[in-house]
Design a protein. Structure first.
Length: 80
């Protein structure tokens, strides 16, 4: 249906949130094993969805705000 986003679960509290309102973060997972030949490592990544209140509590908004300020200082964003 147009105008409706499928709901996703918040990975912290389990609340159902529309996907367009959820805050997404890329989570990297390192899996390592000690083998006889050497060290073998596997890297995977997955998207993590948070509701607004959990993302604010974890400080994700502040990180994005600081990244935007650094980008603005470098001149990547220009105002009209």
């Amino acid at each position: 249906m147009r105008g409706r986003e499928p709901p996703v679960h918040c990975d912290n509290c389990g609340r159902m949130v529309p996907r367009n309102k959820a805050v997404t973060e890329e989570k990297r997972i390192n899996l390592g094993t000690e083998a006889n030949e050497g060290n073998i490592r596997f890297f995977t990544s997955r998207k993590v969805y948070y509701c607004i209140s959990c993302a604010k509590h974890r400080g994700i908004f502040e990180k994005k705000k600081q990244q935007a300020q650094r980008a603005a200082a470098r001149g990547l964003y220009s105002k009209y």
